[in-house]
Design a binder for this molecule. Structure first.
Ligand code: NAG
Ligand code: NAG
Ligand code: NAG
Ligand code: NAG
Length: 429
């Protein structure tokens, strides 16, 4: 998922502290470089604990391979090619869908010359057809790269409690691995028909959502789905949706002058501060499902010297929208912010509102899941269509972008079962 504001993160910490994994133990460099399973230890029949599912080894190996490959947004090529190869070996029809570079006009960015791909995989060999369910997540991660490590030296030591860490182990390669294994399991058991599903692993989720937007725009592979299952860290709870997103830059224009004679100038910083306090204190809209709209004043700038009345000041706001619907929510909040700015001073302010959206509804009416509402952004609004959305995945948002990103084997395995249950729920009739 995308970065949370500190404000929202604070809220999450308080309400979910009990489920945060404890400090993850680092292994030595030498141990880190060993494969998790090798030689006789890695046999499929190895049972490492009474409750180990038959797919444990496959799941952990895929997860490790994905985390091992650096794939910071903009440089996802290796991860895409690995995953495409893996799925092809499993018998999928795979397409690498090229996505334009993040910053095509800047030749000094590492990704300017690198090809980026969404991975689209059909378990059914005859396509095009119309799968009912899109199973999707993202393969890009936030910086910096953190190598994979597992808190065990051999397969025999791995239990459901074993900790795994590394960049992307939670966000969202845990989801990717669990989804792939869940779909394989469902098809192998004959519980679902392979032509009902398609897998999509996109790039760029952590920055602009350009991978999913690109997929959505491509008419040859996009199409209409009944449902989409999005993999993001939800601690294996089913999200009822998430807040929307809005905000932008507020600029105040004043009149410079000597600080000893404030009546001769007009202080842009003072006006801005007065307006910001009103914005933070205001009811910008709330709803029973999503709670309150919240504001993070991310940056604040203004003035040139302590003894000069500032002519210019600006602040950048990130707002989590809890009012209206996907189409209307951001506009409702924008109008309220504009009104506050006008009430503070009719002509001092300009507001550059960034493209936003209102609360995103997901279906959480599925038996057997704990539910919650998320405060972070996802790719859900970037998939265009009338499909029902589900948002679910292993690991905690609280560690997702941190240097302690990690989860337990149990989380991954529960997620496989969760995805199976969700897909069966969608395809039940
Ligand atoms: C790149 O430059 C072209 C031509 O100057 C411009 O039309 C385009 O919008 C730019 N693209 C981005 C992503 O900035
Ligand atoms: C181009 O990319 C480099 C490296 O990422 C960055 O330092 C620089 O600021 C970028 N230049 C522009 C004009 O965006
Ligand atoms: C929402 O805002 C109201 C005041 O506008 C406050 O009383 C309430 O506690 C807030 N709810 C949450 C969940 O922060
Ligand atoms: C959002 O709300 C507006 C106004 O209430 C309504 O016209 C529109 O159909 C709604 N859109 C969705 C996607 O629910």
């Amino acid at each position: 998922m995308k970065p949370l504001t500190h404000f929202l993160l604070g809220w999450c910490v308080n309400s979910a502290a009990a489920s945060v994994p404890g400090p993850l133990q680092l292994r030595s460099q030498q141990q880190q470089q060993q494969p998790i399973f090798s030689g006789a230890e890695g046999g499929a029949s190895t049972t490492t604990s009474r409750s180990a599912p038959a797919y444990r080894e496959k799941l952990l190996s895929l997860h490790k391979s994905l985390v091992d490959i650096p794939s910071i947004s903009g440089a996802e090529t290796d991860a895409a090619e690995f995953l495409a190869g893996y799925l092809e070996k499993q018998g999928y029809q795979v397409r690498l869908q090229e996505v334009p570079p993040l910053d095509p006009n800047n030749t000094s960015t590492p990704d300017a010359a690198t090809k980026r791909y969404n991975v689209i995989a059909w378990p059914h060999l005859e396509y095009p057809h119309l799968p009912r369910v899109l199973v999707t997540s993202h393969i890009d991660v936030v910086p910096p790269y953190i190598p994979y490590s597992i808190d065990s030296s051999s397969a025999h030591d791995v239990s459901s409690d074993t900790l795994i860490r590394g960049r992307g182990s939670v966000d969202a390669k845990g989801s990717v691995a669990a989804q792939v294994v869940a779909v394989e399991e469902l098809i192998a058991s004959g519980a679902v028909r392979s032509h009902d599903m398609v897998l999509l692993y996109v790039v760029g989720e952590e920055t602009r959502g350009d991978g999913m937007k690109h997929f959505s725009r491509s008419t040859d592979v996009g199409g209409r789905f009944e449902a989409a299952v999005f993999g993001e860290p939800t601690e294996n709870k089913l999200a009822c949706g998430h807040k929307g997103s809005g905000g932008g830059t507020v600029r105040a224009r004043g009149k410079a002058g000597h600080s000893g004679y404030p009546e001769l100038g007009k202080s842009a910083t003072e006006l801005l501060v007065r307006a910001l306090v009103r914005i933070v204190d205001a009811d910008l809209g709330s709803s029973e499902r999503y709670g309150n709209t919240t504001v993070n004043i991310g940056t604040l700038e203004g003035g040139v010297a302590a003894n000069v009345i500032p002519a210019h000041a600006s602040a950048r706001l990130a707002i989590r929208v809890a009012v209206g619907n996907q189409t209307t929510g951001s506009g409702i909040v924008r109008k309220r912010v504009e009104q506050i700015l006008r009430d503070t001073d009719p002509d001092a302010f300009t507001l550059d509102w960034s493209e936003g959206y209102g609360p995103i509804r997901c279906d959480c009416d599925v038996e057997g899941f704990e539910t919650f509402v998320a405060n972070y952004g996802t790719d859900v609004p970037n998939l265009v269509g009338n499909n029902v959305n589900y948002l679910y995945g292993p690991g905690s948002i609280l560690v997702a972008h941190g240097d302690n990103e990690g989860l337990r084997v149990r989380d991954l395995e529960e997620a496989v079962e969760g995805y199976k249950k969700l897909i069966l729920h969608i395809l039940r009739d």
